[in-house]
Ligand binder design. Structure first.
Ligand code: ADP
Ligand code: MG
Length: 691
């Protein structure tokens, strides 16, 4: 079905041969000039802007205001009332920096306007301490709350952004909002005589403004409607570029040859019989779709989507065995060695039973071992290893687990006109809007429901001071013979310090809460054999508790492990917590996930929302939607690799209509600057993914 749609949508595309040669210089215009060329920008400001990722005129123009400040009433401090958003202005009379637990800071300033004084609290902006010297004139916009006056924005000295209608740019350390605004003002005129990247005919058809007008509207709107209209014009262009890139991929793939694998045969028949359970209707449907792809001589590019524990691995092995029964190889690629090992453990037994050779390829594999592995029927390893292992005898099907998609297309294979079938597996549910962009050229199979025996994990959220309750529950379950995970806080430090922290925590638990139990500790610093052994012991119930860093995030499969404690859960991202939680609830027993966070008033709004969402639902799609709302598309897919971090103006949820329009318009756009941009963007993304 997707194939048909694709053909209709992209029917108007010129074949890639007809496309222009790679760009000489990308839109070699004034927008690429460095910021030092702007009046009023000296080395200091330039350096500060660079910290925000702004180094050219274009960067500044594409620095989207986060929101627009409209007028709010200015009141005297004496007249402040709880909860109402207002502006106050006065002098700083005292500043205190209050340390808080766990590397957070609180700055409290006393501000007096003659009528009265009020405490103003900022969280996590330590640099403010040096700016708020007593005597400083300050203007604040915010409201009176639990921590005194809680500012949403502020101006020091004479500048005025807090009360008047003005763009508010993403918060920046060390650089005043007013300065950013001045730089934008200086940059705007340079956009005036730059050729518009959208073809005039398309602009007319879609009723779109010139880019320069849209930029002006976004940065200097007269009202919010104007700003929104400008944003949508810029968003459309961004989405169009993505869609052009996607169309390109599709066209390229359609010209590539893959081995046609015919109909399932005897090996598949035995595989089905060897499984200790019947496949669910969703798994069967996915398999039918995969069979359809494998029968063609164009490489499969399919996304197999299903929540953790939904049974994707069984389907993946099916695809691999389809290669094997055709006398060719299948490869299963995982993002980390731990995961590769886990997959290997899952897959190896079944392979053995079926008389299929299966080998694990790790960075510690010796040369001879490696040679042998490369000739196995099914090879399991990390993306990096298998990708560099071009020596794979005869790869016909590659299954790629949890990897953002761009790394895996084996460019050299495609360039040579041949490529394997690729099945991408992900447990990160991808909202429809994202599916149309990043995954726009993939067909999607979805395992919407896990095997029926599964009970949803019961999730609770408690704060640190009640952490002992979590351990009480944990030890009760351990006494009943269950096993558990304790996930250590995610600290922004090196792998080594993470490992050290995990070891220390395991040691502490062995002496305190878990002294009656056998506690192991896994982290990224363990040597492969050590880690493998620990995992195996846990699986064999020789350990009761596994203290771990996020290395257990995906793939670990121990049905008897029914409880998980996540320490400082507020530090984790939503998707990550959902993944972690997926390590429990894999058997028929009721499972529990206990999220321990820091005190509620120390949490950011978004951390609060994340934890609440996790307690409320275990539906991955719902959580993905929440995440998309909280963080935006680029962040959701993690990195640069998504190509989405390049979306500055588009909101994937809000702009669904624009996305569909861009998708429809992409085929009709002829050669021109947009192609160059799409080409450069995708080349960039791919280069980075392969690095
Ligand atoms: P995923 O890879 O989607 O996280 P897995 O494939 O690892 O999920 O499956 C999770 C667990 O469910 C495994 O222990 C697996 O053996 C089991 N399982 C898979 N499919 C079925 C099924 N149809 N019926 C019962 N159990 C299943
Ligand atoms: Mg799995």
């Amino acid at each position: 079905m997707t194939a048909t749609r694709r053909q209709t949508v992209f029917a108007g595309l010129d074949p890639p041969e007809a496309w222009p040669p790679p760009p000489r210089a990308l839109r070699p215009d004034r927008l690429e000039l460095g910021l030092e060329t702007l009046p009023g920008v000296g080395p200091t400001i330039q350096r500060k802007l660079a910290k925000l990722g702004l180094s050219t005129v274009r960067d500044v123009l594409e620095h989207r205001p986060r929101r627009y400040e409209t007028a709010a009433d200015e009141v005297s401090i004496a007249a402040l009332r709880q909860g109402e958003e207002v502006v106050i202005a006065g002098r700083v009379i005292k500043v205190e920096k209050k340390p808080m637990r766990s590397r957070r800071t609180r700055i409290v300033a006393r501000v007096d306007d003659g009528s009265a004084s009020v405490s103003v609290t900022w969280f996590n902006q330590p640099w403010l301490a040096d700016k708020l010297v007593p005597g400083t004139q300050i203007r604040l916009r915010g409201k009176l709350g639990r921590f005194g006056f809680e500012p949403r924005s502020y101006d020091l000295g004479e500048t005025r952004a807090t009360a008047d209608f003005a763009p508010v740019y993403p918060a920046a350390e060390e650089i005043a909002a007013a300065t950013v605004r001045k730089v934008v003002d200086a940059a705007l005129p340079l956009a005036v005589d730059v050729a518009d990247p959208l073809p005039a005919e398309l602009r007319e058809r879609e009723g779109l403004a010139l880019k320069r007008d849209a930029l002006a509207a976004v940065h200097r709107p007269r009202d919010l409607d104007e700003a929104e209209e400008g944003r949508r014009r810029l968003a459309f262009e961004e989405l169009l570029v993505l869609q052009i890139g996607i169309a390109r991929r599709v066209a390229e793939r359609e010209r590539t040859l893959a081995p046609g694998l015919g109909e399932p045969g005897e090996l598949i028949h035995r595989y089905r019989k060897a499984l200790p359970f019947a496949l669910t209707p969703y798994q069967e449907q996915a398999i039918r779709e995969i069979d359809g792809d494998l029968g063609r001589t164009v490489p499969m590019q399919r996304l197999l989507q299903g929540d953790v524990g939904s049974g994707k691995t069984v389907v993946a092995l099916y695809a691999l065995l389809r290669a094997v029964e055709n006398g060719r190889q299948g490869a299963l690629m995982a993002p980390t060695e731990t995961l590769a090992e886990q997959h290997f453990l899952t897959v190896a037994d079944l392979c053995l039973e079926l008389g299929v050779s299966c080998a694990l390829l790790t960075s510690s594999s010796k040369k001879a071992e490696r040679e042998r592995a490369l000739h196995a029927d099914v090879v399991v390893g990390t993306h990096a290893l298998i990708q560099s292992g071009v020596e794979l005898r005869d790869l016909a099907v590659a299954v790629v687990d949890e990897q953002h998609r761009f790394g895996v297309e084996q460019r050299s294979a495609i360039a040579s006109g041949r490529a394997p079938h690729v099945l991408h597996m992900t447990a990160t549910p991808i909202p429809r809007t994202l599916a149309l962009t990043v995954y726009g050229d993939l067909a999607v199979s979805e395992i919407a429901k896990p095997p029926a025996s599964r009970k949803p994990v019961i999730t609770s959220w408690i704060t640190e001071e009640r952490a002992s309750e979590a351990y009480t529950r944990l030890t009760r379950l351990l006494r009943e013979g269950r096993q558990a995970y304790v996930v250590c806080p995610l600290i922004e430090m090196s792998e080594t310090s993470l490992a050290r922290a995990a070891e220390a925590e395991a040691e502490r638990l062995r002496r305190a809460e878990l002294k009656d139990f056998r506690v192991g500790c896994v982290h990224g610093r363990l040597k492969t054999p050590e880690r493998r052994e620990l995992m195996a012991r846990f699986k064999a119930s020789e350990l009761d508790v596994l203290v771990a860093t996020t290395v257990i995030e995906v793939g670990v499969d121990v049905a008897n492990a029914t409880v998980m404690i996540v320490q400082e859960a507020d530090r984790f991202g939503l998707a990550q917590l959902h993944q972690l939680r997926g390590r429990v609830g894999r058997g028929a027993e009721q499972s529990y996930c206990l999220l321990v966070s820091r005190a509620k008033e120390e949490l950011t709004e978004s951390a609060h929302a994340r934890l609440e969402a996790l307690v409320e639902t275990s539906d991955g799609f719902e959580l993905a939607e929440v995440d998309l709302e909280l963080r935006g598309g680029g962040a959701l897919l993690g990195t640069r690799q998504s190509g989405l971090s390049d979306l500055r103006f588009a909101h994937l949820r809000r702009d669904r209509d624009l996305l569909e329009r861009a998708r429809a318009a992409a085929p009709s756009v002829g050669a021109g600057p947009l192609y160059d941009v799409a080409e450069a963007l995708f080349a960039d993304v791919e280069r980075e993914a392969l690095a």
